[in-house]
Design a protein around this ligand. Structure first.
Ligand code: GLU
Length: 281
């Protein structure tokens, strides 16, 4: 059986989307058509009986738009103010769209401290479990309004992998503005070759992930590869695929051949706490 066919049997799925996938590049405003497709796809996945968690960026991008900040926020206070406005607006839209399809969206905001502290980590895990048991769809973001560099994950690729490990998800789907992993940056090198499956994340491969962060998000290929390391060691399969058309979600879940797949391999020495400690150093 083709490995991708097994994706049909996944039970707990984390989907991560970046700010650039839900905003119009010309204006930075939300792309409502794409958001509607995203929510419909996730609701339909939920309708097949799977647990679904969405890690959504966009707080800062939406806040920028709302108050007319046309540059990337320059200082922490400005970034936090944009996030405070944008996160609330983003959730309002998610709540509306999910409820149109009869589903309940729930907001979970985390910082690195949530994960470093045993008690708050256990609380977060319990909240996820309870929400999933109640049939809700948790929507996760970094708590940008209070996170400063000492306590931030910094990018939602890493956050989504940590969430996947925390909730024992069996699949993490990173939807990006690129089809998957290439041997080089395909925008700069036309000879770059697409990589279909990555069985081993060795050093050579980790170096391949050159920083290609966009104007609105923070992640590049490097953060996606470190997310892959965390998620696959926690036993989840991970995929990087293009979020240009969110209909790709059901195609992936049907086992179609898109994106770069990183098969999970439960590492018995895996310890989420060690990973977070390492990240902090
Ligand atoms: N948490 C940030 C936001 O919602 C984005 C982080 C990221 O794009 O990785 O605006």
């Amino acid at each position: 059986m083709n490995y991708r066919e097994k994706l049909k049997d996944k039970k707990r799925i984390v989907v991560k989307i970046g700010s650039s996938s839900i905003t119009h590049p010309e204006t930075g405003a939300l792309n409502l058509t794409k958001l509607e497709i995203l929510v419909r796809e996730l609701c339909d996945l939920k309708n097949t009986g799977k647990d679904v968690i969405l890690v959504s960026s966009g707080a800062i991008a939406v806040g920028r738009q709302a108050i007319g900040v046309h540059h990337r926020p320059k200082n922490v206070a400005e970034k936090q103010a944009c996030a405070a406005i944008g996160q609330a607006q983003l959730m309002m839209i998610y709540q509306k769209l999910f409820s149109e399809y009869g589903h309940r969206a729930a907001q979970i905001l985390m910082t690195k401290n949530t994960m470093m502290n045993h008690l708050s980590r256990r609380n977060a895990a319990n909240t996820f479990e309870e929400l999933l048991a109640l049939g809700a769809i948790p929507i996760v973001n970094e708590n940008d309004t209070v996170a400063t560099y000492e306590i931030e994950f910094g990018d939602n690729d890493t956050l989504s992998a940590i969430v996947a490990a925390l909730v024992h998800a069996d699949f993490l789907l990173l939807l990006s503005d690129i089809d998957g992993l290439y041997t080089d940056d395909p925008k700069k090198n036309p000879a770059a070759v697409f990589i279909d499956t990555v069985d081993q994340l060795d050093d050579q491969l980790m170096h391949m992930g050159k920083g290609s962060s966009s104007d609105v998000g923070t992640g590049g290929m490097a953060t996606k590869l470190s997310a892959a390391k965390i998620a696959t060691s926690a036993g989840a399969d991970m995929m990087i695929a293009n979020g240009e058309d969110f209909h790709v979600i059901h195609r992936i879940m049907q086992g179609m051949n898109v994106g770069t797949l990183f098969p999970g391999h439960s590492d018995e020495n895996f310890d989420l706490f060690d990973i977070l400690e390492e990240e902090s150093n």
